[in-house]
Design a binder for this molecule. Structure first.
Ligand code: PEP
Ligand code: MG
Length: 593
């Protein structure tokens, strides 16, 4: 990270990781952590009555707010769902709770914030230990109410994200994928966070929603205040706080150049991804939500190489039924037909969780109960999804893909469940594509090294470099502290991709790549040279990758890949690729870091 000034009022330039392209200029809206407002401190005996009054005042405010929310809820949703607030009101009127907080303030001589936190934590722990499931669930109510009381003690009104009143650049410590999905497009020009990485699903979501984003800025959330003016370049990962007039005019020029290059790219939408020496490569799209279909078509994708179906689940407040899922998958299949649509089965866990599915708490969620593991352990949920995909298959060219395979046995188990889902549909006379192709993600080192065992059972592989890199290099894909070790061109990764392609081709298996590595145009010579049949990327990246491919020679790219296989470091391999791009299409280097 660089900084060219330390004064509060002067321009500050920061370098982070650009994860979603686009340049935006606007005021900062700083999303404040709940905990930031909670100041706990010791008090003098004279301050004790004031603290007790503050506590009672916050209880009254909380009661009023809960009644308000309850009545709004009852009007729009009905009494049943609003009854949850009765439980909250009961906590607020619980004499033992109130007396304990007052005693804590008086005896321990601490402020009301400390008393509420200590007593509510004690309550939650005691309820959590009780065998009765109903009482255990009250833990959430106690925590919710305590948060609200603490918020009122701090003098704040509502959740901070609801306060954005003008289009702003959101600045936060971190955003969860679900929070990103809930961002209001008309209020959020872009976002910048302390934590995060390009392959975290928050970044994936930002690209899908076309919200420019820069992450991994370490301390941006404490460097800016709400209202500061900021320029953010999501392509280059650059953030400029209080940009000068010269900077703005310089950026005006950069934007003009980019705009004219983008016009060139848009002019190629109808062309195929073919090298100068006429080698065709499939270029398809990754999507998370059906709303991306327009972009898939307008950006010239030849199909959908990865539909992350878990986002269908994340978008709902409940587990979607077979009919609800089938309707969505059908919509996608019909829109793309006869082009292929690869629907990846549920890949939950890791950094994607549903509030309505119970997860064990895990030390290493990316290596835990995730993706195919979770699905094989929940066969009813899995078969429901498989039936929904099968039903969609008669409306288009649908394929199924299993995520996070680590060994052939998992493929065979999944296939067994697929067969039983087919049998269920047949018994009801529901039509589906009997020849529906099945493939797997190659995103664990063990899968990449056992492709010979897996190949006979599938018709395609898709290399998931986002996970393959994290598992092979032992680098958490969402941890910005180790982001410097997250190297797509590490020789180990290049070897695993090559092995997957070579073995796949020996067995007549189509080999695609759908990780973010494919969306980096600098990687194109290497990936084409290694022999991939298809690259699948976020829709907005398609024109640029196509442009890169159309300027490359397949023969030269093969030579580059051979050379890369002899290199010992990621940096050497990147250099080879950059050199080629600098020669054949230097304009691309202006767009990427
Ligand atoms: C991958 O791991 O490369 C991939 C495409 O899947 P996801 O990013 O959803 O884990
Ligand atoms: Mg993955």
């Amino acid at each position: 990270m660089t900084q060219n000034s330390t004064s509060d009022q002067e321009e500050v330039v920061l370098q982070g990781i650009g994860v979603s392209p686009g340049v935006v200029i606007g005021p900062v809206f700083r999303l404040v952590n709940e905990e930031e407002h909670i100041v706990e401190r010791d008090v003098t005996p004279r301050e004790i009555p004031r603290e007790i009054n503050r506590f009672h005042g916050s209880l009254d405010a909380t009661r009023r707010q809960i009644r308000d929310i309850q009545s709004t809820f009852e009007k729009s949703i009905g009494h049943g769902d609003a009854s949850i607030f009765d439980a909250h009101l009961m906590v607020l009127d619980d004499r033992v709770f109130i007396e304990e907080v007052v005693r804590d303030i008086t005896e321990k001589r601490r402020n009301a914030e400390a008393g509420v936190r200590v007593v509510s934590e004690k309550y939650a722990a005691a309820l959590g230990a009780i065998k009765d499931a109903y009482l255990r669930e009250r833990v959430v109510d106690v925590q919710d109410v305590a948060r609200r009381i603490l918020r009122n003690l701090s003098g704040r009104q509502e959740a901070p994200s609801e306060d954005i009143d003008q289009p702003s650049i959101l600045v936060a410590t971190e955003l969860a994928p679900s929070e990103t999905a809930a961002l209001k497009r008309d209020k959020v020009l872009g976002f910048a966070t302390d934590l995060g990485s390009p392959t975290a699903h928050t970044a994936v979501m930002a690209r899908a929603m076309r919200i420019p984003a820069v992450v991994g800025l370490h301390d941006i959330s404490v460097r800016v205040s709400t209202g500061d003016r900021m320029l953010m370049d999501g392509n280059k990962g650059v953030l400029i706080i209080r940009p000068t007039a010269e900077r703005l005019s310089e950026y005006g020029h950069v934007l003009e150049v980019r705009k004219s290059f983008e016009n060139v790219l848009q002019g190629q939408v109808a062309l195929v991804a073919e090298t100068r020496d006429a080698h065709r490569v499939g270029l398809s799209a990754n999507i998370e939500i059906p709303e991306e279909l327009d972009a898939v078509v307008s950006q010239g994708a030849e199909g959908i190489g990865l539909f992350r179906s878990e986002f269908v689940f994340l978008a709902q407040g409940h587990l979607p039924s077979e009919d609800e899922q089938a309707e969505i998958y059908e919509r996608v299949a019909k829109r793309l037909a006869p082009a292929p649509v690869v629907i990846r089965t549920l890949d939950l866990g890791g950094d994607k969780f549903l509030s309505h599915v119970k997860y064990p708490s895990e030390m290493n969620p990316f290596m835990g109960w995730r993706a195919i593991r979770l699905c094989l352990a929940q066969p009813d949920m899995f078969r429901t999804q498989l039936r929904a995909i099968l039903r969609a298959s008669r409306h288009g060219n649908v394929k199924i893909m299993y995520p996070m395979i680590t060994k052939v046995d998992e493929v065979l188990q999944a296939q067994e469940l697929l067969e039983s889902a087919k049998a269920e549909l047949r018994s009801k006379g529901t039509p589906f594509d009997e020849q529906l192709p099945v493939g797997v993600m190659i995103e664990t080192p063990s899968a990449a090294l056992t492709t010979r065992a897996i190949a006979p059972h599938v018709s395609f592989f898709s290399v998931g470099t986002n996970d393959l890199i994290q598992y092979t290099l032992a680098v958490d894909r969402v941890n910005e502290r180790v982001a410097y070790l997250y190297e797509p061109t590490h020789p180990a990764i290049v070897r695993l991709i090559k092995e997957t392609i070579d073995v796949g081709h020996e067995h007549g298996v189509h080999v695609a790549l759908c990780g973010e590595m494919g969306a980096d145009p600098i990687m194109a010579p290497l990936l084409i040279g290694l022999g991939l049949d298809e690259i699948s990327v976020t829709p907005t990246a398609i024109p640029l990758i196509k442009d890169a491919i159309r300027h490359l020679s397949h023969k030269d790219s093969q030579a580059l890949a051979e050379e890369a296989m002899k290199k010992h470091s990621a940096a050497e391999i990147v250099s080879l690729c950059r050199e080629v791009i600098a020669q054949v299409r230097p304009e691309i280097l202006d767009l990427v870091r």
